[in-house]
Design a protein around this ligand. Structure first.
Ligand SMILES: [Zn+2]
Length: 371
């Protein structure tokens, strides 16, 4: 590991300069032009190491690099290149101060992309070959739900020896061995309108029925198991003197296990509406939970050993937010959090990384590839 670390240390300025290139190309989800311009850069960089397939989609291009290793086993890198900020949202696209680099996507997750690319550069420049073949996938729509990326991600994960997700580590630097599954539900609640003064008895109030629904929904939470249901958006009614005939509710479900997802899904669909009203439910589990497995915990042990060899320690964390790793943990051992150490994900003008972490974390990725 010493030679890899020395190589990366000698290139600290170049690593940071490459990150700046990616950050300055704004690439919010749905901005096809920005996404494709950025993928042009990643494609040219990854072209140094292997063969590139570029797939176009209505949300921008997917870049898929195949890199030859010593065995036919496969390691998968997952990265998304979209960010959450509209073009022009940041005051300064790039700012370096006190050892921190600020910019849209520095932390989530262009820093991780750069670390993996430099891990590959270090390996190649030192005349080494990765232990296994590598499939490196860069998708354009993780922040908007991965509708486009998901089939590619699942396809590539099948049969892989390991899936390494280049999302940022936990805020204390830990790798991520578990992520909650995420469900999104929309309820339409229908009642019957009537004049509130003349014939209130003939109305069926959809908002009252929605209130009943909400109080039943929150009873399905299980804090010990980490299952939460957030009724976080509600709309309803027309004017104050008409009995409300419609309400709409959006609910966020989070679970650690598929079993809990199934329990909550079944129970919420079974809630009985108040007399004279009805519920229409759409949506469901969007991302299954990323559950730890024997394979993923083994990967974590390996990563920790390599990190210690490099000179830092990493723990294993469980987090509530989802990533594309949620789609792969039931297909192949998946370990998340190989990105850059920093903070402020999704926070305009605040998101940043610790520059000093780029080299050791890139070396960690290189270590995972050669061992
Ligand atoms: Zn991300």
């Amino acid at each position: 590991m010493k030679n890899i670390l020395a190589y990366l240390e000698n290139h600290t300025t170049d690593i940071l300069a490459d990150l700046e290139i990616l950050v300055r190309i704004e690439s919010p989800s749905n901005d096809v032009e920005g996404i494709n311009r950025l993928q042009h850069v990643t494609q040219s960089w990854l072209g140094e190491f292997g063969q590139i397939n570029r797939h176009s989609s209505r949300l921008g291009d997917i870049v898929h690099a195949h890199i030859q290793g010593q065995s036919n086993e496969r390691i998968v890198f997952l990265a998304h290149i979209d960010t959450v900020y509209p073009v022009g949202a940041w005051e300064n696209l790039w700012r370096v101060t006190d050892g921190l680099a600020y910019g849209p996507g520095t932390y989530d997750m262009k820093g991780g992309v750069i670390q993996a690319i430099w891990a590959l550069r270090a390996i190649k420049s030192l005349g080494l070959t990765p232990a296994s073949n590598i499939d490196f996938l860069l998708t354009p729509d993780e922040e908007s739900g991965s509708e486009i990326g998901r089939p590619y991600i699942e396809d590539i994960a099948k049969g892989a020896k390991a899936v390494l997700v280049l999302e940022p580590p936990f805020m204390n630097g830990d790798l991520k061995v578990a992520r909650k599954g995420v469900g999104e539900y929309k309820f339409n609640i229908y009642g019957r309108a009537a004049h509130q003064g003349l014939e209130p008895q003939n109305g069926q109030n959809a908002i009252v029925s929605a209130a009943h629904l909400i109080s039943e929904l929150v009873k399905l939470q299980d804090w010990d198991k980490g299952t939460t249901l957030g009724p976080n958006v509600i709309q309803g009614g027309t004017v104050s003197n008409v009995v409300a005939d419609h309400a709409a509710l959006e609910v966020d479900l989070r679970v650690w296990s598929l079993e809990e997802a199934e329990r909550a899904d079944k129970a919420l669909r079974a809630i009985q509406p108040l007399d004279g009203t009805r519920y229409e439910i759409s949506g469901g589990l969007n991302r299954p939970p990323m559950e730890p497995s024997e394979g993923s915990l083994k990967l974590f042990d390996k990563a920790r050993t390599i990190a210690n060899e490099i000179g830092f320690d990493v723990g294993a964390s469980r987090v509530g937010g989802g990533s594309d790793g949620n789609f792969t943990s039931h297909l192949a051992p998946t370990l998340d959090g190989f990105g850059a150490f920093g903070a402020g994900a999704h926070q305009k003008n605040i998101e940043h990384i610790h520059i000093a972490s780029l080299v050791p974390r890139s070396a960690l990725i290189a270590g995972m590839l050669i061992k």
